[in-house]
Design a protein around this ligand. Sequence first.
Ligand SMILES: [Zn+2]
Length: 234
Amino acid sequence: MQAAERVSAPAKCWSCGQEVANGQPFCSSCAKVQPPRQAGYFDMFDLPQKLNLDVQALEKQFYRYSRKLHPDVHARASQQEQEWSLSQASLLNDAYRTLKNPLERTKYLLKLEGVQFEDERGPGNTNPSKVPAGLLEEVFELNMQLEELRQNQKLGEDDPQLRRDLEGAKDHFAAQLNLLDEQIRSLWSAWDAAWEQSDEAKKTAAKEAMTALLQRRSYLQNLVRDVSETLKES
Ligand SMILES: [Zn+2]
């Protein structure tokens, strides 16, 4: 395990001079709050960069840290320490929110590993070149139906069968989303094992597989949202 740990120089505690592990909000020797440093979310919780994570343990640690960073605890500390506590608390919130959510955790880890995700907020079905493999026909059909529904809305007409079809398509894609989540989860162990063995080839394979699934997921999520929104207007 040692070989795979992130190599970053530990800082020295400003107060007692002992070494403080990268990202740790407190000195383990004198318990003083430390200035915030550039550190990853995993480092803040002293966690290995793996995806199977004990969320209850993470939550416990988060509350433990949060109590220690609470402004009341530092009311008599120096101005500087009070400021550090506030910034550490805000960093800790971000780290906790990201790590406890399975999808956010996966995406965050992939970003640490250099994966860049495109803007996920854009409309899902405007660019046909981005339709994931194997979905082209379904998406084409769906877009035709959506277009028809929008046309109906403009003309003040109603086609109950069309709306039922679109509801069905929405459920179908939503079910695919759930399936994708399961597939992503099933790759966590592959990543974790590769990480423990420092097996770069296996890490890359797991990383690429997860990225492809996440991109497909993001596409489908946009699609489901488009359908929901259009249906709501009718
Ligand atoms: Zn110290």
